[in-house]
Design a protein around this ligand. Structure first.
Ligand SMILES: *Cc1c(COP(=O)(O)O)cnc(C)c1O
Length: 459
């Protein structure tokens, strides 16, 4: 792989269009125009100048175009479909709002996410609550809100939900999240549908679970759900999981349960980088649709989908400035002002992210390997080892691409670094959608107990 391939990915990007996204790592959102990298119509150098770095930038128009394209493709399955955007991928209110405007529901995994979805205008009747560890308080809040369904993942959870619903005098709409025991062929830390993962009820325990359900009067079984993992780029694991789900649904319906819908989860994978790094593929959507049509599609039940990454991943990037370039004896280090606290995917998942300068490199620029690192005091604070990059100097701004999903949301303030601001563009408009807080605001959450002497303050 050479950095030039990365450049082509940028040049190959097209403006957002209401059609299936291309195989570019950029999802059609970012491109060089006149030698400068743009987000939709906005020069990123201007954002870096006005907002400072590090800074997350989202192409809001591209997110909506991707949503429309996905919704259109899923219609090809046959039954009515609902897309519940998986909020955890990027929980910013403006991101959720952009999808809600187009009719999306939301898939949430905590009370905080549920509150965000509601605040962004998602109707309660289109909200699904997933997750292995819902608390009693979260269940009560979800039931009082009147959401579409809670996806239950264990017998203990069903019993507690029945008790909470009984106390509130409500009937709780539930789906059983089934672990279909398929290998999603993705990174171990984001694989969720194989026996031995903490997720879902093992498929062979479903009959016993249904027996138990008959004795839980405050639960109404509305559906069955699967979610086998994240960043899946092959349709085969989906076909296997959906096939098992369809078979199970037939049995369950045969036993007299009136299922209202099936929830097929999310996990649709996106391209992150060049083929040589195993990152060029997007889940072939046509194959995914065909797999769903051949299996669950035959049942005719309405279908719920929970895509997160697919809708937002390629539509975000992280701007960072080069602080130093250190030429060691055997290695070049490019030290950025962004760090693992701003984007932890490389550290956590060995994730590959394309890195490009904002100023388009000359056609004959020499690409040489560099370790691209942040300033945090951890050896794991590295964005890319031995990455071929054009010449870079202190002060240059670069973009780390495809950070729209599991980027800002997984950030922390480790090393007492301030959270990076977030900017959204649409066409030629741009807006700061999250300010960078100051150090006083961060410290204001700390309290020093009364038995320690006052410092006299340093404000
Ligand atoms: C995380 C998650 C999703 C979204 O996963 P993506 O890979 O971002 O599409 C969907 N459903 C459930 C239950 C999840 O936990």
């Amino acid at each position: 792989m050479s950095g030039a391939a990365g450049q082509q990915a940028v040049e190959g990007a097209r403006p957002a269009q209401p059609e299936a996204p291309s195989d570019s790592a950029l999802g059609g959102a970012f491109a060089y125009r006149g030698g400068q990298l743009h987000a939709e119509q906005v020069p990123l150098a201007r954002i870096a100048e006005q907002v400072g770095t590090p800074c997350h930038v989202y192409a809001g128009g591209a997110m909506q175009a991707t949503y429309r394209a996905l919704a259109a493709a899923l219609e090809g399955i046959g039954p009515p479909t609902t897309i519940c955007y998986a909020v955890k991928a990027n929980p910013h209110l403006a991101v959720i709002r952009g999808f809600a405007e187009l009719g999306a529901g939301a898939d949430v995994v905590s009370e905080g996410e549920l509150r965000r979805a509601l605040a962004a205008g998602v109707p309660p009747g289109r909200i699904v609550f997933a997750g292995v560890g819902k608390t009693e308080a979260e269940m009560a809040f979800a039931l009082e809100t009147g959401i579409l369904q809670l996806n239950a993942e264990s017998i203990d959870e069903l019993k507690l939900l029945d008790a909470v619903a009984g106390r509130l005098g409500r009937s709780a709409p539930v789906a059983l999240r089934v672990n279909p025991d398929v290998d999603a062929r993705t990174h171990a830390k984001i694989s969720t549908g194989k026996v031995g993962n903490k997720f879902g009820i093992d498929i062979d325990q479903v009959p016993a679970t249904l027996e138990l359900l008959r004795g839980l009067p405050n639960l109404r079984l509305d559906g069955l759900a699967v979610h086998i993992g994240s960043q899946l780029v092959h349709a085969e694991p989906y076909e296997a999981a959906f096939g098992r789900l369809a078979e199970l649904a037939r049995e369950v319906i045969g036993q007299g349960w009136a299922l209202r819908h099936l929830d097929l989860g999310g996990g649709m994978g996106i391209p992150y980088g060049p083929a040589a790094e195993g990152g060029a593929a997007r889940l072939p959507l046509a194959d995914y649709v065909a797999a769903a049509r051949r299996t669950v599609g035959r049942l005719g039940l309405p279908l719920v989908f929970e895509p997160g990454r697919y809708l937002v991943g390629n539509a975000g990037l992280l701007l960072a400035r080069v602080i130093y370039v250190k030429q060691g004896r055997s290695k070049r280090f490019v030290i950025l002002d962004a760090a693992m606290n701003d984007l932890i995917r490389p550290t956590l998942y060995d994730a590959w992210h394309e890195i490009v300068p904002l100023a388009e490199p000359a056609p004959d620029a020499r690409y040489e390997p560099a370790d691209v690192v942040g300033p945090v005091c951890e050896s794991g604070d590295i964005f890319a080892p031995a990455r071929p990059l054009p010449p870079l100097a202190p002060g240059d701004v670069i973009a780390i691409l495809s950070t729209g999903a599991y980027g800002a949301t997984m950030s922390s303030t480790y090393n007492s670094r301030l959270p990076a601001p977030e900017v959204m563009v649409r066409g030629s408009d741009s807006a700061v959608i999250k300010q960078r807080p100051d150090h006083a605001a961060l410290m204001a959450l700390d309290a020093v107990p009364p038995w320690l002497a006052e410092t006299g303050g340093a404000d």
